[in-house]
Design a protein around this ligand. Structure first.
Ligand code: 9MG
Length: 436
């Protein structure tokens, strides 16, 4: 704890809360954060020993692995005790080998894309814990055919949803990766530098459209750990000029909000997507989206932004997140929102430590079994800082690496700060994947 207090002092000397997304504890001094680099920059300016700050912060949270499920052979999986199966398509191929595997029946397309999966990891909850069985697709299909009725139907429908094409989302076909540019109209915007100035936010949006953004995600409330709550009136005041100015310019507008009244207003100003980090759980949110013809991003968050980084816990992050998102899709359908209007998002950094984020990213293709498109937001987040040691300003290469990894696991939409750079990386990745 002494170490943490020292870090708190370093962060506190800057008179600011550390703007990263992975604060791991709070003290009366402010945030102890996982992304230490912002504090390092400030300590440099204040003649504090940056090297000792570096050493302290590097020791903060070990890059430990998340608890892994127990590996078993598929035949060992006792049908009687396992419940809640989930399939992760893996053994992913691209290019001519993907076509060959698909033609021979050894592979299936991942969500209708040119990537083909040839292995399946079956994850199951049992009384003894979570188990994982890996098998070639054909063997898995044979095994499935021998399962009793309800289990067989469940597994077959997950397999079908994992392989079938996604419907267009908010008018955008998902047969190629889509880029969502981030525009924060908040005084504490952690990277974009627009502050709460509408003119700067509009200019950023225009430049993102020129750079090829398909979607602009405009937010008037910060959701990073510990961010101050914003009143509805203030959120509306920040968003209105920006949404109204950018809506006619060509990109699809998404409003990043948790408030039903803000959703309704932004939709009336021309937004077509609601990006809700609370997955439409807030009062009136489901009904507001259901009443409109808007699409929605359902994001997983454990806890609330103020406290979500204080000891997040999962059985297995990928399974728990998939279960939650499945329940939210069901709630949306029950409220009258058709599944093609939804995409799901694991919510990297939202009530997750580095190990949780990495396990989630590694098993990202599990979410394709839900049948909706998958959106990921990793851009400049502190997990990238933890893996690379890079400051917020230095995290573009790591952001691109993580975005391309997400695409390789089937993600359809990338939420990013750096549209032009992401667009180039995606174009090159697609060309390479198609060429082999
Ligand atoms: C608002 N916001 C911040 N990070 C995000 C993420 O990863 N996904 C979505 N959908 N929204 C986010």
């Amino acid at each position: 704890m002494a170490r943490n207090f020292e870090l708190a002092k370093i962060a506190n000397n800057s008179n600011e809360i550390c703007p990263c997304d992975d604060a791991i504890a709070t003290t009366r001094h402010g945030f102890i954060c996982d992304g230490f680099w912002e504090a390092r920059e400030r300590t440099r300016n204040r003649d504090l020993a940056s090297t000792s700050a570096l050493a302290l912060m590097q020791r903060m949270e070990p890059l430990s692995a998340a608890p892994a499920p127990t590996s078993i052979a598929l035949d060992q999986l006792d049908r009687g005790i396992a419940s809640a199966w989930r399939l992760r398509p893996t053994g992913l191929l691209t290019g001519s080998t993907a076509i060959a595997a698909s033609t021979s029946g050894d592979g299936l397309p991942l969500a209708g894309s040119a990537t083909v999966f040839t292995l399946v990891e079956l994850l199951a909850r049992t009384p003894g814990g979570i188990v994982a069985a890996l098998a070639p697709l054909r063997r898995f299909q044979n095994w499935t055919a021998q399962q009793p009725g309800a289990a067989r139907q469940d597994i077959e429908s997950q397999l079908r949803r994992s392989s079938e094409s996604r419907a267009p989302f908010a008018g955008l076909s998902l047969d190629r990766p889509r880029i969502m540019g981030i525009i924060n109209v908040t005084p504490d915007s952690f990277y974009t530098g627009t502050g709460a100035d509408p003119a700067k936010a509009i200019a950023l949006g225009q430049s993102m459209i020129e750079a090829g953004a398909d979607i602009l995600d405009i937010g008037g409330e910060s959701t990073r750990p510990g961010a101050a709550a914003v009143s509805e009136a203030e959120e509306l005041r920040r968003l209105e000029p920006v949404v109204r100015a950018l809506a006619p310019l060509g990109a699809v507008i998404s409003v990043d909000t948790r408030k039903a009244a803000v959703m309704a207003a932004a939709l009336s100003w021309g937004a077509r997507i609601v990006n809700d980090v609370a997955a439409l759980e807030g009062p009136g949110s489901l009904e507001t989206v259901a009443r409109s013809d808007a699409s929605a991003v359902l994001m997983h968050m454990q806890g609330e932004p103020a406290t979500m980084q204080q000891g997040p816990r999962y059985d297995l992050a990928s399974l728990d997140v998939a279960d939650y998102l499945e329940a939210r899709i069901a709630a949306c359908i029950a409220a009258g929102i058709a599944p093609h209007r939804l995409v799901v998002d694991p919510g990297f950094g939202f009530g997750k430590n580095v190990a949780h984020n990495l396990e989630l990213l590694g098993r990202l293709s599990l979410l394709q079994g839900l049948g909706c498109g998958v959106l990921v937001g990793l851009s400049r987040k502190s997990t990238i800082g933890r893996l690379s040691g890079a400051s917020l300003e230095e995290r573009l290469p790591g952001s691109l690496a993580s975005a391309l990894y997400a695409l390789s696991q089937g993600a359809q939409i990338l939420r990013v700060h750096d549209v032009a750079e992401t667009r180039q990386a995606v174009a090159v990745w697609r060309g390479i994947a198609a060429g082999a």
